[in-house]
Design a protein. Sequence first.
Length: 746
Amino acid sequence: MEHSERRARVKPHRWVAGLSAFSLFLFAIPTVLNAQPIVKHDLRVVLHPEDHRIEVEDAIMLPDTLVSASGGPVRFALRAGLLVTSRDPHWAITPLAPDPSQSLSGHPEPTREYTVTLPKGARTFALSYQGAIVDEVQEGKEGEGSAEETGRGLSSQGVFLSGSEWWYPQFGDQLVTFAMNVRAPGGWEVISQGERMFRRRDGALEEVRWNSPEPQDEIDLVGGSLTEYRRAVGKISTLVFLREPDQALADQYLDATAHYLDIYQKLLGSYPYKKFALVENFRETGFGMPSFTLLGSKVIRFPFILHSSYPHEILHNWWGNGVFVDVATGNWSEGLTAYLADHLVQEQNGTGAAYRRGALQRYADYVAAARDFPLVEFRSRHDPTTEAVGYSKALMVFHMVRRELGDEAFIGALRGFFERFRFRRATFTDLALAFAAAAGRTAGPLAPWVEKPGAPELKVEGVAAFKQAADRYLVTAVVEQTQPGAPYRLRVPVAVTLEGRDEAYQTTFRLDTKRLGVEIQVPGRPLRLDVDPEFDLFRRLDRNEIPPALSQMFGAEKVLAVLPAAAEESLREAYRQLADSWATSHDGPFDIQWDTDVEELPTDRAVWIMGWDNRFRTALAPALNGYRAAATDQGVTIGRTDLSRDRHSVVLTVRHPADPALALGWIATDRVAALPGLGRKLPHYGKYSYLGFEGDEPTNVAKGEWPLTGSPLSVLVRQTDGTTIDVPTAKLAPRPALVKPVPVTP
Ligand SMILES: [Zn+2]
């Protein structure tokens, strides 16, 4: 199965109360941690899973800034259902009546706010509270495991508490340090940030103490009945916690942990924590917390996760969980993590360009102009559009910065940024300044890309050759930025294919106007010009640079689904339900009609044609023909692949004959039972042009992308006699990955 959704994590969105006092300290020397206002907690927690109840004692030390700056009572918020059970007469703790306009959190419902008034000069107080925290369906909640149960709360299945459960008192957006004793049922393991100081059996209970002297965004507490595996990697303790004993699986993860810790430490600087743990969750989540990750049982058993999601989660300990995100000004950590984890793995496999094309395709298909937004407004991924901006666009922007600075300066800037902002919050601006310093400039190269929505669009024309000497030619071209608005500042890579040479002539030119005449001197007769052949620029791809794919159907603004009136009753009903389910999750108009009620296919929207017996099936024929494919009553032939109707469910997309920016999709099966599975699975196959499935599950047996023809950035050079010579693009120079690949097993 494809696994593109729960790739990783963003911490649940947390509230930010006004301007952070922390910003005053941006330019303090970063190693002086005392310079940050930090709330210290010493927690004693008892877990009672049978009735979902936690009992907590918290000894709190407030920073000077909080006590004196407020000049009076200090406010904090706690989960509304928790009952504050004991109060010391020295501290006046007063619950405030819920008042949304006065709320620190802006979310008065689940929280209750209090004030505490301390004796003059005092900075410490203690609080006892208890209550039930029940697993809630996190419908619509931000975060990568959104719109599904994440197993939050406390139950006999396990515990999962973080800042968004408000299970400990929170004082605005202060960072925290903490120590925490937890008592849990026998056989349970409980994991938090930082280092485990001890773990012991206390009667029928397990007791464990975690110590986190490193400033943190929030306090996480996870666990359940788990088996622990451990290995030391240098000074780092690496751990795996599984719900069922499985030494082989644990070993795979311990090996991968050592491998990626080694890569990232060499690249970015020392891992910031004393341990890293993989914790298996009974819900299918993909969360990364500082010094551990919480992944679902199914997820950790997909073999490809070891070298896709898993390194991504480990790398979050530098970006997001080592340097924290100041969410109010945009989340830079996902794009940077995707670039240095996911993209790096692809680059090491020699598939970096294809990966970048995929990222650009997601942006082109899911981010219509009306849905676009600037990176500074990205918080977390909750649908393909936010993913295409917050991950895909952002990673392309980091790729451009790297190309601009060169690998050494790029890595140097990141190392310096990490060193300076470790255990602090940072913004896109902080990153931009780090890059600018590395480039020896005052202005960062990031600003136009992160502060505004949109993307450049390129066009090339008038590509001609001029002979200068025996083996010296000029290629001339006019390159245009066709997007509305101001021009972007681009460094455009080009490859010129020369007569009689296997390797292309490659260079770059600066484009910072809307229209530019370019002359490139080449050492041979130029036959073909390819602009940005390896997808190094963040830009909106031309339709002809991307084969039609399912992402175009699921990303379309307007959709019509055409149902087959001639199909038998049970199939008609199953198609109708499939269309209904897609309509419900679609962001925009999604109409459903019987084919007998449709006179002709609309030309202003994507159209799903459903069923073998749909009367519009023939609309696909000319386009399929162009791809050497055909659909008949017996089945579908794609090149040498045959997908027979009696054994297969088939899905394919072609360009809309009326508008190449739109797609037609066809889904056909005779198996009623396969349709619900197709409805669930297809959104995960976005990059494919065609798919074949077998059985009711259904199981994918064929997939592919149509070959590309007619990219407008790939042009044959007009020769001096006015002709062109059709040749494929010559070989491009191999590119070293940012980090040289090393064998996975040490
Ligand atoms: Zn992530």
